[in-house]
Design a protein around this ligand. Structure first.
Ligand code: SF4
Length: 359
């Protein structure tokens, strides 16, 4: 090993040099929070997100036990980067002809790429400092590994798991991208971050679709982020009202969190918004062409919703706006070949008519 001092402290310094705002180390353990995960899956709370249910040969959920996937794993280095930018929150925007895209998706580069690039830089430095005489195993992940990153973030002291289920750091809030390096190194772990939600219930009270069914418990089937990004096909009627003007993701439970009131803004260029993605015109999104979708959103996480999903979401937001001026857009969409679009458009049409009819 080329490094002779405190390797854990060295890793945190190297993480900071790679551009991470926070980092910490958690031991690989079957934490109590992880036993909750199989119960959450079994209760159907993950909706159609089948990738969360990937299992090993023994039929165990891969994300529930890191040791069962990587018997060599001893520590997890958790890194976090602030993506908050100096732009309005969704709760501050009032133009009803415009939609809301979750702030994590405004970035110029897909965060998976920008976070993974930094993790690989850190991973390479770590291997170099350990040298050939101390071979180590490492794996870096951003959302894709057999790791419940949020739980390891808590035990690495990066932040506590709020009642809104987000990782919240006492100093910089919850606008955080997480990445992890799983390693065979026995590193000195950090202390878990203490829960600082206290008696607050703002996020639970503010969620328009009541997706936070209890403190710390999310039903994805009702979550606007899930509905607008992961859910394919039609969205249940009873949840459409609550979606408001959200067209991709939702920031409400983080916007209302007091720990984000003083969240600092990042000056990293790749997290600054692309033109047109902060508060985009609903009419534009509802009629976005294949070509525009491909070109304007190239490399953006928004592409995950697919063009059909984004148009569907925009039509529901138009219905919620009650804007008569958007009726021509909706009427054209009623004749769309895609049944999901036509269904959302017919619903939007009825909503606008109802909202514009004097009581
Ligand atoms: Fe915790 Fe309140 Fe923030 Fe919800 S809004 S995560 S209860 S501090």
């Amino acid at each position: 090993m080329k490094h002779s001092g405190d390797l854990s402290a060295w890793i945190k310094k190297a993480a900071s040099d790679a551009g991470f705002d926070l980092s910490g180390i958690a031991p690989v353990q079957d934490f109590p929070d992880l036993t909750y995960f199989p119960e959450w899956i079994a209760a159907g709370r993950a909706g159609e997100m089948k990738y969360l249910e990937s299992r090993n040969d023994a039929g165990e959920l891969r994300r529930a036990s890191l040791r069962s996937v990587f018997p060599w794993a001893r520590s997890v280095v958790v890194c976090a980067i602030n993506y908050n930018t100096a732009h309005p929150y969704s709760t501050e925007v009032s133009d009803s002809t415009r939609g809301w895209i979750s702030r994590y998706a405004w970035s110029r580069e897909d965060y998976h790429d920008s976070v993974l690039r930094r993790l690989h830089e850190l991973e390479a430095k770590l291997k170099e400092t350990c040298g050939d005489e101390t071979p180590i195993e490492t794996r870096s992940y951003v959302d894709t590994g057999p790791v419940v990153e949020r739980v390891y973030a808590k035990y690495a002291g990066v932040g506590w798991l709020g009642k809104n289920t987000c990782v919240i750091n006492q100093k910089i809030g919850s606008w955080l991208f997480l990445g992890v390096i799983v390693t065979s190194l026995e590193l000195t772990p950090d202390l878990p971050a203490p829960d600082r939600c206290g008696t607050c219930t703002r996020c639970i009270d503010a969620c328009p679709t009541e997706a936070l069914i209890a403190p710390y418990e999310l039903d994805s089937n009702k979550c606007i982020s899930y509905l607008t990004i992961e859910k394919r096909g039609t969205i249940p009627d009873e949840l459409r009202d609550g979606m408001g003007h959200q067209v991709f993701g939702c920031d409400i439970c983080q916007d209302v969190c007091p720990w984000n009131r003083k969240a600092p803004s990042t000056d990293k260029p790749e997290f600054q918004p692309r033109e047109g993605l902060v508060n985009p015109a609903l009419a534009w999104l509802a009629e976005i062409s294949e070509e525009e979708f491909r070109e304007k959103l190239h490399g953006s996480p928004i592409k995950r919703a697919k063009r059909s999903g984004l148009r569907r979401n925009a039509l529901i937001a138009i219905g919620n706006s009650g804007e008569n001026g958007l009726l021509p857009v909706v009427e054209r969409a009623c004749r769309d070949d895609d049944p999901v679009i036509a269904d959302a458009a017919r619903w939007a049409c009825r909503q606008i008519q109802t909202k514009s009819t004097p009581a």
